[in-house]
Design a protein around this ligand. Sequence first.
Ligand code: MN
Length: 284
Amino acid sequence: MSLQEYERKRRFDATPEPPPRLESKSGHRFVVQKHRASHLHYDFRLELDGVLKSWAVPRGPSLDPADKRLAMQVEDHPVSYFDFEGNIPADNYGAGSVMVWDTGTWQPLSPVPVDGKYVPTTDEDARAMLAKGDLKFRLNGKRLKGDFALVKMRGRRPGSKGNEWLLIKKHDEHEVEDYDIDHYDSSVLTKRSMDEIAGDEASAEWRSRPAGRSKLKAAWLASAVARLDQKKAAEKKSLAETKNTKPKTKAKAPAQTKTTKSDPIDIRAAAEEKKTKKSRRRSA
Ligand code: MN
């Protein structure tokens, strides 16, 4: 495992993202980050072997087994990226706002069913399944729960970069028909919306440093939440005072941060995915 590509793409004097650091001990956490970069997407990350294995999912994960979501594998991220929420400044790689959309734990599942059921298995099996391009796992998050598979696509798409996988929900008691991800636009960490995160300049000032990091982060979170509460209280008051006029304290939606660097998301691939889904429905 290496974080060289993560390091190569970023300037750590200019981005609030955490520095590349391999962890010697690994847990089994996962995070989904909603990322409003040049194209909105969701980053799906699984903690394994001291890093976060990462995929960019243009349409986001789904709890509907009928949705096969394109997931482009991207560079491994440091484990400390797990709770990164804030704004990556313009002219930086991935410039835009990042929200912690879901967090929890994951377990690798046996590559083949045992007595008709997929059961938790070892990291060794997880590594083998990843290498083979067919990883089965169980999530226990705040929003995502149940069994999933990440399946690598093998050159079926013209111009494929070889990093394309599909994220698929398995049938179980956690599946949700016609799952609508847009229904959930709030951080599981701070409850903020994407616009609130984008408008919070203090987030951009957050520096994730190994020394005293948790203290800094806690201060940042506390002040962000306090500001949000104040704003909401002010809005409520203003609304009550002037029932027919819009509250003046309402935060302006900030202009979307411009990006000049290339982004891992290929909008063409996302469009292809949509087409595939439609034609599948037609033939169904
Ligand atoms: Mn991203």
